[in-house]
Design a protein around this ligand. Structure first.
Ligand SMILES: Cc1ncc(COP(=O)(O)O)c(C=O)c1O
Length: 368
């Protein structure tokens, strides 16, 4: 069978690497899993109840409108301070990204992506035929403004920013987002802002609503309401782009899963306090983890926030070799910098799912 070079050159899903590493955990050590960027707890009861009730309603099992249920679009628009015609509901934030990029430009044009990157962004861009221009972050994982002018090309049609970032946890300050948007406007390209983890930082750290036809905001209901398997995300963009995205959704999935949409709507209505509780718990885990890692000789947390920390380790092993060493010798599973397009001696710690005992144990194992 002939398969395109374009898809062959896309990296394999890193989840296979995580599984291969997991299999190397010695049987006498309890695995400490810091590889998962998905809530490790179930949704709150009102969200589950809404899903169960939806399953029992025969109407649920038909298609929804391609852009999503009106009620969910309205609720998300209200929560974001935008108009409903600026909202598309997608089958997860990954589809939001792919559908957006499908509309933005012809194949072969370039997209600027800060590195380390979220691997699915790099994979999507490669399979869609974009040229990915890597924009290495500064030492503190912030945006490197000095490097930017030389990287932007006349054919750059989008700049991608993930904040809070996966994999580094870095939260881009609101002023920097506004500055990057001005660059995008001057360059007449889009700023695609992926805010999948924004519910896990304080409201004061989040960018305020900025109105610009050059700004495209992507969101995921997966993490906020612990419904990753139900596949619901959203795009906020100019109505002109939303109308084109409707065509993509219609062809790729027809609509986002309806049970998920109903659960997301229940989340917006009833899970506010529950979500705040998880935000506070995960922030407490982050503080504890930073304390645990602070005294370790040679290690340094370059940045952290929301779900992730970017940990530089001592020694000269490649990040893949270091991840193998961690799992075989310490029973700790963390993804290497390499899968995020970074040559740094660093690992991504997805700490959000480790409770206090797990984080204390992480510190103990790294000190041993
Ligand atoms: C930055 C980022 N964007 C998007 C996604 C995918 O979200 P969804 O489950 O809504 O497709 C993830 C999931 O890990 C992510 O880390």
């Amino acid at each position: 069978m002939k398969i395109t070079q374009q898809i062959r050159q896309v990296m394999p899903p890193p989840v296979s690497l995580a599984n291969a590493l997991r299999a190397q955990c010695p049987s006498h050590i309890d695995l400490l899993d810091l590889s998962q960027a998905v809530p490790g707890y179930p949704p709150c009861q009102p969200v589950i109840n809404a899903g169960v009730a939806a399953l029992c309603d025969p109407a649920t099992h038909k298609y929804a409108p391609a852009l999503g249920f009106e009620a969910l679009r309205v609720a998300h628009a209200e929560a974001e301070g935008v108009r409903v015609d600026q909202v598309a509901i997608t089958a997860g934030c990954n589809q939001a990204f792919a559908a957006t990029l499908q509309c933005l430009a012809e194949r072969g044009r370039s997209v600027l992506v800060p590195t380390p990157y979220y691997f699915n962004h790099q994979m999507t861009l490669t399979m869609q035929g974009f040229h990915v221009i890597e924009w290495p972050c500064r030492e503190d994982m912030g945006l490197d403004w000095e490097a930017l002018p030389n990287l932007l090309q006349p054919d750059t049609c989008a700049i991608v920013l993930v904040s809070p970032n996966n994999p580094t946890g870095y939260v881009t300050p609101a002023d920097d987002i506004a500055r990057l948007l001005r660059v995008a406007e001057q360059h007449d390209c889009a700023l695609v802002l992926d805010e999948t983890y924004r519910d896990f930082i304080d409201a004061a750290q989040r960018p305020t609503t900025i109105a610009s036809d050059h700004l495209i905001r992507l969101y995921s209901f997966s993490k906020a309401y612990a419904i990753a398997g139900e596949r619901v995300g959203a795009v906020i963009a100019a109505p002109e782009l939303i109308q084109q995205i409707e065509k993509v959704i219609d062809c790729w999935a027809i609509c986002a899963p309806k049970v998920g949409q109903i659960m997301a709507l229940a989340g917006i209505g009833h899970a506010g306090d529950w979500l705040s509780g998880w935000r506070e718990r995960i922030q407490a885990r982050e503080r504890l983890m930073l304390d645990e890692l602070a005294g370790l000789v040679g290690y340094r947390v370059a940045s952290s926030g929301a779900y992730f920390a970017w940990l530089r380790y001592p020694g000269d092993r490649s990040s893949t070799a270091e991840a193998e060493y961690w799992i075989k010798e310490r029973g700790i599973l963390a993804l290497p910098a390499a899968v995020f397009g970074s040559a740094e001696a660093a690992l991504r710690l997805a700490f959000a799912n480790l409770d206090e005992a797990g984080i204390t144990e992480l510190g103990r194992r790294l000190r041993a």
